[in-house]
Ligand binder design. Structure first.
Ligand code: HEM
Length: 442
């Protein structure tokens, strides 16, 4: 690649992936377009505004025709799109013939690494996806996750011991996101990846840097920072995986390195991509689940009292948090051929935006959908983990971490009170709190 190319290509990648979509969406929003309004960062985090848009999308039929995409907030339609073989993930495809598709192919960095770059599971489709995901699922089994529960509990207890030891009367509030919500998932991910304790801070730094790669509308400087952080993570991973191959531990990554299906294992690129995806897709989403849960439960003391009276409701409560305040706002799919969804014709190449947050409040599925009810019988029917073949691989892990993490902090500090200064994250697709100042009440 010529020096000019190496300057121009990242700029084109950024323009296509971030600048163009956000400019187009801002302009569309000004004209009242629902998709444009939806990805405005103020709306993405405002329950009432989001609900109003989702209701409007839903009231216009199974698929709402926005200027640049079709949209749906009907849960059965979301499920139909996400499970259909007529749709694929990823916006640009090597086969796209349009000008933007060709430009995207030219600007693509063959060494690109990230949750939305091949061979990440998220942008792989059958038949590769089937074999690849089967191997990964076998290692990330429900049993393996249950095996991590005790360790997760221990980590949560230790983090809260530290918080309590440092909280002296007269001190200011502590930031629960920084000191608790962020540290629990990263420690669990580090255990899964077999990272030695001394290198965990690096995983935390990589995780924080990689998370925005799943978002939209990054500024150029941030986009380049994310690309560089991901490249750094990949280099570190290559060395780490070579180490695990030579000296396997009892962590899940070592098992994935050794996993075989009909004698064939994952390639180095697939192993690196999977480790990268576990970090990018499993870190900030879980931090957001914990912070959203702390806010919802402290804002609904009656629901918290129900949990205290009947702790068997905790697992339902975690699903209810995921339903009401999902860490991922939406996902999208592209029609790979002319097709039909809920009886509506969809042309090849059309993008369908599945509004997960809207489908979670579909009144046809959830009675009184805006009510936060920790005993809701069908709370688990939300689509916060998506659906179909890309259904979140870490769902069981996230539920376990959500349950242990929320229950431990709220049991330990029954008088926990949030203080002024709480702030939502600036991201649009990933939804959660950036900072949650709190008094522990000890
Ligand atoms: C509350 C926490 C989490 C939420 C809300 C969440 C949400 C999601 C969603 C919505 C998707 C699918 C996106 C799409 O269909 O386009 C997904 C995929 C995925 N998630 Fe999660 N996730 C969470 C935690 C985790 C964790 C802890 C892991 C770690 C193992 C993880 C690993 C993955 C992977 C590997 C995929 C891709 C699966 C595939 O494409 O086959 N996630 N997640």
């Amino acid at each position: 690649m010529s020096p000019t190319d190496s300057l121009v290509r990242p700029a084109v990648r950024w323009s296509l992936g971030h600048a163009l979509p956000s400019t187009v969406m801002r302009n569309a929003a000004r004209r009242g377009d629902l998709q444009g309004r939806l990805v405005d960062r103020r709306v993405a985090h405002d329950h009432a505004a989001l609900r109003a848009i989702a209701d409007e999308v839903r009231s216009s039929g199974p698929l709402h025709r926005a200027r640049y995409a079709l949209m749906t907030a009907h849960q059965p339609v979301v499920r139909e799109v996400l499970t259909s073989n007529d749709f694929r993930t990823g916006v640009f495809d090597a086969g796209d013939e349009g000008v933007l598709g060709r430009l995207g192919t030219w600007a693509a960095d063959p060494a690109a690494f990230g949750p939305l770059s091949p061979p990440s599971l998220l942008v792989t489709e059958p038949p590769q996806h089937t074999r690849y995901r089967k191997l990964v699922t076998r290692v990330f089994s429900v049993r393996a996750v249950e095996g991590l529960r005790e360790r997760t509990q221990q980590v949560a207890d230790e983090l809260l011991d530290d918080l309590e030891a440092q909280a002296r009367p007269g001190d200011g509030p502590v930031d629960l996101v920084e000191r608790y919500c962020a540290l629990l998932p990263v420690t669990v991910i580090a255990e899964i990846l077999g990272v030695p304790a001394g290198e965990r801070d690096r995983v935390l730094a990589f995780g924080a840097a990689a998370a925005p790669s799943l978002d939209l509308g990054l500024g150029y400087a941030e986009f380049r920072r994310v690309e560089r952080a991901l490249a750094g993570f990949r280099a570190w991973l290559a060395e780490h995986l070579a180490g695990l191959r030579e000296h396997p531990g009892d962590d899940l990554m070592s098992q994935l390195v050794a996993a075989r299906e009909d004698g064939v294992g994952l390639s180095d690129a697939e192993l690196e991509a999977t480790a990268g995806l576990v970090l990018a897709a499993g870190f900030e989403t879980t931090v957001n689940l914990l912070s959203n849960g702390i806010v919802l439960l402290t804002e609904h003391p009656d629901e918290l009292a129900r949990l205290r009276a009947d702790p068997s409701l905790w697992s339902t409560a975690v699903d209810e948090v995921l339903r009401v305040d999902p860490p991922v706002l939406l996902t999208g799919r592209v029609a790979r051929r002319d097709t039909e969804v809920a009886g509506v014709a969809v042309r090849r190449g059309s993008v369908v935006t599945c509004l997960l947050a809207g489908a979670n409040r579909d009144p046809a599925v959830f009675a009184d959908p805006d009510r936060f009810d920790v005993g809701r019988a069908n709370a688990r029917d939300h689509v916060s983990f998506s659906a179909g073949r890309h259904y979140c691989l870490g769902a069981a892990l996230a539920r376990m971490e959500g349950e242990v993490g929320l229950r431990t902090v709220l049991d330990r500090f029954p008088d926990l009170a949030l203080e002024r200064g709480a702030r939502r994250r600036p991201t649009r697709i990933l939804r959660g709190w950036e900072t949650l100042p709190a008094r522990l009440g000890v």
